[in-house]
Design a protein around this ligand. Structure first.
Ligand SMILES: Nc1ncnc2c1ncn2[C@@H]1O[C@H](COP(=O)(O)OP(=O)(O)O)[C@@H](O)[C@H]1O
Ligand SMILES: [Mg+2]
Length: 372
């Protein structure tokens, strides 16, 4: 067998991407913020990168770690965290094959005004956007360009002034549904539609259920809308189109031009290595017959620590837990402890199982002496 092709993989959490890369026979060198046990196990090499002041990664630490771990021309795959930092993405990609969307594409697609204009031209409904704080502010949200994870979405009435990169968007009704896309720059295929949910205040992205419990016609319309927008921006590889769905009506909120949070649940539902499909699509090859969802419901959820806690030494992680925080790490209230996965006959059963598994993990952790 030829040696596995090395890849540089950079994302806030690289674990699901790294495991998917391994399943495709690739050798991922991972840069992420957590250095979880299962990320290290899947990675050919790994380094943890600290956050920057206003960015998910400290620029010089990220570039230094990339050069040390997997110097150019090792190809780059990027994930969550870099959408809001196209300049950093460009620096990271220098001298490498970029297996993913280019910084120019990211700049365009994360520009809320250009994005809304493109969607309207294609007949895809989007919420109204505004460069200033509208008066009255009722019914408006403030969001940050390139933001992710939901933490940047605020009620406009609670925002005194817009900061650089902030914009206002009209609040629309609906539940979050995401379409996983795969593009080769000319065509953009919808692979799967998943449900997503958030928890906490402010609401933060928490879980994914695949496939979504929606009727087939609506699934097809969402897939067409997401695919049309993906094609208009010339997207390559995996991407996700985030919608709010209200009965038979929907609005497209954004398209994340990179593999995203639904990767693991989608991969379980589709039974194929999505990173393998991603790399092939970035190199111009779309599958002749895209994988179809298997019967059953597949779900993942982030377990946010409800209070400060510590992972006990020697903790035996159950096989349904991922993003395994190393023992001895102090996880602060509101920080991610792990991700739980579940598979069941129905979506409701899968979500119940996730909740129970999340509770079991938290109960097995050691409490943390409170410090003031
Ligand atoms: N215009 C809106 N109207 C109502 N809810 C919204 C709107 N925009 C965002 N949200 C809420 O915030 C969540 C995240 O929004 P999104 O635009 O996908 O941001 P992120 O990039 O952080 O994922 C949505 O799933 C939804 O619950
Ligand atoms: Mg989103």
């Amino acid at each position: 067998m030829p040696p596995a092709e090395p890849l540089l993989l950079c994302a806030l959490s690289g674990r699901a991407l790294a495991q998917s890369a391994r399943a495709a026979g690739l050798a991922p060198c991972v840069l992420d913020r957590f250095g979880d046990l299962d990320t290290r196990a899947a990675a050919a090499a790994m380094a943890v990168v600290p956050p920057g002041r206003r960015r998910p990664f400290a620029r010089s630490a990220l570039l230094r770690a990339a050069a040390a771990l997997a110097p150019a021309p090792v190809p780059l795959v990027w994930g969550g965290g870099l959408d809001g930092a196209p300049d950093l993405l460009a620096a990271l990609a220098r001298g490498r094959e970029l297996l993913g969307n280019r910084p120019e594409t990211v700049r365009k697609i994360t520009d809320p005004f250009a994005f809304a204009a493109t969607c309207r031209r294609l007949g895809v409904p989007v919420p109204e956007v505004c460069r200033e704080l509208p008066e009255p502010r009722d019914g408006w949200l403030v969001k940050r360009r390139g933001g992710s994870g939901g933490g940047h979405v605020r009620d406009a009435r609670e925002v005194p002034a817009l900061a650089t990169g902030d914009y206002a968007q009209r609040r629309v009704a609906g539940v979050p549904v995401s379409v996983l896309l795969l593009g080769d720059g000319r065509y953009c295929l919808p692979l799967l539609v998943s449900e997503q949910w958030a928890t906490g205040t402010p609401p933060r992205f928490t879980g994914v259920l695949a496939p979504a419990r929606l009727d087939g016609r609506l699934v097809a319309r969402l897939g067409e809308a997401g695919g049309a927008v993906g094609r208009a921006f010339g997207l390559v590889g995996l991407a996700s189109a985030d919608f709010l769905v209200d009965g038979a009506a929907f609005h497209l909120l954004e398209v994340n031009a990179r593999p995203g949070a639904s990767l693991e649940a989608a991969e379980a539902a589709l039974g194929a290595s999505l990173l393998g499909l991603h790399v092939a699509a970035c190199r111009g090859r779309l599958p002749a017959s895209p994988p179809r969802p298997r019967p059953g419901a597949f779900a993942t959820a982030i377990v946010w620590a409800p209070h400060d806690l510590i992972v006990p030494e020697g903790f035996a992680w159950p096989d349904w837990a991922g993003d395994r925080t190393p023992p001895g790490t102090r996880v602060r209230a509101g920080q991610p402890l792990a991700t739980v996965r579940a598979m069941a006959a129905t979506g409701a059963a899968a979500r119940l199982l996730l909740a129970e598994r999340g509770r079991r993990l938290v109960a097995a952790m050691a409490p943390c002496p409170t410090t003031s």
